[in-house]
Design a protein around this ligand. Structure first.
Ligand code: YZS
Length: 259
């Protein structure tokens, strides 16, 4: 069964997340389809891509498919994890990607949206950084996505509390480009997409790559990197990580003991 659908209008492509039953959780299957759609749009030389969910959804995406997280003693968010592939694909994609969001956005999906080039939201949107709810050690480049998208004090509050930030607050903090009434979401989003598509694609594409490289220009020493990986390992080797996964599957609140 297709988990996304696609359409195109002139130089603008659209990917619609289409698995509302599972709240558009980012399974490897859904991400595979999404990456294939992006590749097809790139091969056809489209000039702007919109990623959206079905109109009226309460949940834009529930984030990483928790059922696919490993059962401990393995980095749950390593280099080959599907969410990492998708974030890399969007940020290295030579075409601007616009996230059009109504409804809540959780965890890995929050990173996916914030990795997009332009974000247009309805007042129903909200954003949560959730690793602390599950005891997941978020990966290092993912933390950089958050830091590039929001002030450090906001990232800290969002990461430590795991509470959703409202659409209005996300806009006030500069995390998103536009907040518009839901009836205007498509008009504004596709207006931006058409403006981009009317411009010089080589120049747009190279500016996108320049910004990606400049945003990522944070040197980390080998020792610092190894320290962070070692600290992350303590988390995914912990009892709390297993408890976080178990509690989600059993639909109950986790009881964390810090070990
Ligand atoms: O019971 P069924 O089979 O119908 O399935 C339910 C949910 O189990 C499923 N589902 C998910 N399955 C896998 N992974 C998910 N993230 C996920 N979210 C939901 O979808 C079916 C409908 O879910 P309900 O809970 O009944 O829907 P609803 O009452 O509308 O509540 C929607 C929310 C989104 C509030 C609720 O599903 C929820 O809290 N989901 C988990 C949100 C979350 O914490 N996501 C972060 C996932 N973690 C990550 O992205 C990173 C690894 S990290 O943890 O590091 O941030």
């Amino acid at each position: 069964m297709a988990l996304i659908s696609t359409s195109r209008d002139g130089f603008v492509g659209t990917v619609t997340l289409d698995n509302a039953e599972k709240r558009n959780a980012l399974s490897s299957a859904l991400i595979g389809e999404l990456c294939d759609a992006l590749a097809a749009f790139r091969d056809d030389h489209l000039r702007a891509v919109v990623i959206r969910a079905q109109p009226g959804v309460k949940v834009w995406s529930a984030g990483f498919n928790i059922d696919e997280l490993p059962e401990g003693h393995r980095d749950p968010l390593g280099w080959d994890d599907p969410v990492r592939h998708l974030v890399r694909e969007i940020s290295r994609y030579p075409i601007p990607v616009i996230a059009m969001v109504e409804g809540s956005v959780w965890g890995g999906a929050c990173e996916v949206v914030l990795a997009c080039d332009i974000i247009v939201i309805a007042p129903t949107a909200s954003f949560a950084i959730t690793p602390a709810k599950l005891s997941v050690p978020y990966n290092i480049s993912g933390m950089l996505t958050f830091l590039n998208a929001a002030p450090a004090c906001t990232v800290r509050e969002m990461a430590f509390t795991a509470k959703p930030v409202s659409a209005a607050r996300a806009f006030d903090l500069g995390m998103v480009n536009h907040i518009v009434p839901v009836e205007e979401l498509e008009t504004v989003t596709y207006g931006i997409a058409r403006d981009i598509a009317a411009n010089a694609p080589l120049a747009v594409s190279v500016m996108k790559e320049q910004l990606r490289i400049l945003e990522g220009a944070h040197p980390v020493s080998p020792e610092g990197f190894e320290r962070l990986q070692g600290l992350r390992r303590v988390v995914y080797d912990s009892q709390d990580y297993l408890e976080g996964l178990r509690a989600f599957k059993q639909k109950r609140k986790p009881v964390f003991e810090g070990k």
